[in-house]
Design a protein around this ligand. Structure first.
Ligand SMILES: *Cc1c(COP(=O)(O)O)cnc(C)c1O
Length: 495
């Protein structure tokens, strides 16, 4: 069955999957949503026999219906290869009764790799299918993690270039080193004198510059984005929930058809929305446990039905979840409104204008699958420490938020169903916070020393991603003012 993609904000003509991937965002500002959620067409018994790549094909073919089987398999093969440090791609580790789904075995040791290693291939294939002759130029502003994952995904992918802007003094030393040592002839990394918002604003300005777009087109370039709302990032994230179910079945941890829960540390609501789609496809999932840090907008939303971003922004030790506007929630809003674009447009415009909206009672009833809670900074650190003391297993701060929230859920509900917890980053990515949580006076050490110590106490080999940047040469040293971003880009493209 062919799936088409509608906007969450209007009934404009639906587009094919490849067009939705190319465009990223609908012209009316809405997000693309599938016009129906396809049902899994393999039995769960079959799932247990499949490796990651096969599972990816079974899931993605149902959503990206204008891709040929060959095109899709080619994208999957290029994405999920030796860039991952384990053949399983996403191993499941059981500790203290929880099944940690380790989504951090890709090139930049965070779960963004799951989608960003395939997006470049989906994008270039989409360009070919739609007879786009131009080279695709990916333009991104980053506060740290997304930039590196995007650079790594797009590096040396034919037909693409990528330019990343980051706040020169606004990312961690390890994050900066990761980016400025990036290899690949088609990559460009620029620090700006300004904060993340300045970088973001500058990028939006370039996207809105019609004259520039014409000049670029004349020279054979067109802009695109690797933003987390692209369906080309969402669909690959459904795969690992389906794969996890198959693996649990294979290992005899569950019986075919038995329901499991899923717990997800949440920021922009992309990862947990993928789990929701997996459930809609027929995967036996019961509750979707949504974990927030002290920026607990989502917890308040699930409790009250009111989304309210008017509050203080808190900087936490789980920075990838420090978000007050969870962009992907718009898709869930659209679905629980009965795929009603008028309703979701009305609510989203209330959010833009007053920073808040309230859903109807009947919409709220459709949220019964979700459970929301949050962990504060002390609870997060305590979760890392106590799990380490009990089992020797070290988790990162984001994963710890989820682990703490799951514990709250279990106490509150006495629900003992097997639970898969999305482990979104390697502890080596947030070494300092992790080591401080474990305690023992490591706080004074240098970043790389700390990583050595973490490797020693956890018995986990230092990931290649960290080992590499220790000695890697700096390849990008361009720094510019925040109003010079356009020149930086046109310089790189020799326009
Ligand atoms: C991006 C990110 C998250 C949040 O994921 P969303 O899909 O935005 O909800 C959680 N943990 C880590 C480590 C991340 O990088």
């Amino acid at each position: 069955m062919e799936i088409r993609y509608n906007s969450t904000r209007s009934k404009s003509a639906p587009v094919k999957a490849s067009e939705a991937i190319l465009r990223g965002l609908s012209e009316d500002g809405g997000l693309f949503v599938p016009d129906s959620i396809p049902a899994l067409d393999v039995s769960v018994d079959k799932l247990a026999e499949m490796d990651y790549q096969q599972t990816a094909y079974e899931v993605m073919k149902l959503f990206l219906t204008d891709f040929t089987g060959e095109e899709l398999k080619d994208c999957i093969t290029k994405a999920y290869d030796e860039k991952f440090d384990t053949e399983e791609i996403v191993p499941i580790v059981e500790k203290d009764g929880v099944y940690y789904l380790e989504l951090f075995h890709g090139a930049t040791i965070a779960f963004k790799d799951m989608a960003l290693s395939i997006l470049p291939h989906l994008l270039t294939t989409s360009a070919k299918k739609n007879h786009v002759k131009n080279e695709i130029v990916i333009l991104t502003a980053t506060s740290g993690d997304t930039g590196k994952a995007a650079l790594s995904g797009f590096a040396d992918v034919e037909g693409t270039r990528i330019i990343v802007f980051y706040p020169k003094n606004g990312v961690s030393p390890i994050q900066e080193k990761q980016m400025i040592t990036q290899k690949g002839k088609n990559t460009c990394v620029v620090g700006i004198h300004g904060n993340f918002d300045d970088a973001q604003t500058g990028v939006k300005k370039i996207f809105g510059d019609r004259k520039l777009a014409e000049e670029m087109d004349a020279k054979g370039f067109q802009l695109s984005s690797a933003n987390s709302i692209n369906i080309g990032r969402l669909v690959p994230q459904i795969v690992y929930y389906v794969y996890a179910y198959g693996q649990l079945l294979k290992e005899g941890k569950i019986k075919a058809g038995e329901k499991i829960n899923v717990t997800v540390p949440t920021g922009n609501f992309g990862n947990i929305l993928a789990a929701y789609y997996a459930k809609q496809m027929g995967l036996p999932i019961d509750r979707l446990i949504c974990a927030s840090n002290e920026n607990k907008v989502l917890y308040d939303f699930f409790r009250t039905g009111t989304y309210d971003r008017n509050r203080e922004f808190v900087l936490t030790s789980s920075p990838s979840m420090d978000i007050l506007i969870s962009s992907n929630l718009e898709r869930l809003i659209y679905h629980i409104a009965g795929n009603d674009a008028d309703k979701s447009r009305e609510l989203m415009s209330a959010l833009t204008q007053g920073g808040t909206y309230t859903i109807t009672e009947s919409m709220k009833e459709k949220l019964a699958d979700f459970y929301g809670n949050y962990a504060n900074e002390d609870e997060t650190a305590e979760t890392i420490r106590s799990l380490y003391e009990k089992t020797g297993y070290v988790i990162d701060t984001h994963t710890a938020v989820a682990s703490c929230v799951y514990e709250k859920y279990r106490k509150e509900t006495k629900d003992t169903k097997l639970t898969v917890l999305a482990s979104t980053a390697s502890p080596f990515k947030f070494t300092r916070s992790v080591m401080e949580a474990i305690g023992g006076g490591y706080g004074q050490m240098e970043d790389f020393e700390l990583a050595d110590k973490l490797s020693e106490i956890s018995g986990v080999t230092m990931p290649k991603a960290i080992e590499e940047i220790r000695t890697a040469p700096v390849l990008h040293n361009h720094v510019c003012e925040k109003d010079e971003m356009k020149q930086a880009m046109t310089g790189f493209l020799s326009l």
